[in-house]
Design a protein around this ligand. Structure first.
Ligand code: GLA
Length: 371
């Protein structure tokens, strides 16, 4: 490899629980992963950002004066959006060469896009002589995802990607951005992440649709209840006013209210190391995402059901936006190998192609190394 000045990384993430509630101001419980995007960066003396990839023969040169023009690039659009947000926030953009190396599988629900955006902004900061501020980086990365990539996402992915800590899950309050780190203590259990490998689908439009359904619920209920965001709705308020909502919006709202309650219980379970309780919450979350929020699909449901049928599994659910991507399961270590074989076999037999299992651990968010 040629010589670069810095190696900057940002993490993919797994969300343990608290799905589709970050944009409702809820608390979520993600953890940064050792699957990450690495940017090798050096100043080039010009005004362009030259991108290359370890896994592609393509290379792209982004003119830092015309960063709005790269939205339709197949590769390089996330980096362009990130650079634009960095620039618009008033920071200096220095011409540089960036070699990108992503170990977060694309379309897996493990936030490859957040890892790319966060690491690109952090690399631009480093090259401009700044120390990347993780929270600011996360917010700019989220802006890139929303305004450039067109996904009206919450803050969970970019925050976890930037601010994650090795061995710690993050109880992130998406209304206030306060974050409590909770050690991932799983005793004789481990987290197993399995990818459906479902070919890319219409996640963006369905995601944005779910988001507007929750906004509709909030607009109908806010004056009646005084809530400032939908995840503040109590179960009693939901029961009292649910008839004001259309059937679909009522289902979405029920998920938000009950998922919010599950996050509180999951925090307690993790603190006590009670994996049986945590596993049960994961399974309840999956059922709710399947039946009320309707973001799973045959691939994720097959993985989760196969997981739960195995005796070593304490609970399983989809993670991320859904419609494809990954499940995470809590599995007793002594049965984990057999568990993986079982789930992979059932999946391939039912769906017709193979799933993929990852060996990932809970790792740091942004890292910067001079090389
Ligand atoms: C995607 C979004 C997040 C969050 C999850 C669902 O990953 O980027 O903001 O909404 O879906 O929990």
């Amino acid at each position: 490899m040629e010589k670069y000045e810095y190696k900057v990384t940002a993490a993919g993430r797994v969300n343990i629980i608290g799905e589709h509630i970050d944009y409702c101001g809820g608390k979520v419980f993600p953890a940064a992963l050792s699957l990450k995007n690495t940017v090798y960066v050096r100043e080039n003396g010009g005004k362009n950002i030259n991108l290359s990839w370890t896994t592609l023969t393509d290379s792209v040169s982004l003119d830092t004066e015309s960063l709005t023009e790269y939205k339709n690039l197949r590769y390089g659009n996330y980096q362009a959006g990130s650079a634009l947000m960095w620039k618009n926030a008033g920071h200096k953009v220095i011409g540089c060469d960036m070699l990108q190396d992503c170990s977060v599988p694309f379309g897996s629900g493990l936030s490859s896009s957040a890892a790319i955006e966060v690491s690109t902004i952090a690399a631009l900061a480093v090259i401009a002589g700044e120390t990347p501020d993780p929270v600011e980086t996360a917010l700019l990365a989220q802006k890139a995802e929303r305004e450039y990539a067109g996904v009206n996402c919450g803050i969970m992915d970019q925050y976890a990607s930037a601010c994650g800590k090795k061995g710690q899950a993050m109880l992130l309050d998406c209304k206030t951005l306060q974050c409590k780190y909770v050690p991932v203590r799983m005793g004789d259990c481990e987290l197993v992440i399995i990818n459906t490998k479902k070919p890319h689908n219409l996640v963006v439009s369905k995601y944005n649709e779910r988001r507007s359904e929750t906004e509709e619920a909030f607009n109908i209920l806010k004056d009646k209840t005084g809530i400032e965001c939908l995840s503040e709705l109590t179960i009693e308020q939901f029961e009292k006013y649910k008839n004001l909502l259309s059937e679909t919006v009522r289902m979405r709202t029920e998920h938000v209210v009950k998922e919010t309650a599950r996050v509180r219980l999951a925090e307690q379970a993790m603190e006590k190391g009670d994996m049986v309780a945590l596993g049960r919450l994961l399974s309840e979350s999956h059922a709710s995402l399947k039946n009320l929020y309707e973001v799973t699909g045959i691939e994720l449901d097959t993985l989760a059901a196969a997981a739960e049928a195995h005796p070593a599994c304490l609970g399983s659910r989809m993670t991320g936006a859904g419609f494809g991507g990954c499940t995470l399961s809590i599995v007793r270590k002594d049965g984990a190998e057999d568990f993986k074989k079982h789930v992979m076999k059932v999946y391939e037999r039912t769906i017709g192609y193979a799933a993929e299992c990852y060996d990932a651990f809970v790792a740091d968010g942004i890292t910067v190394e001079k090389i």
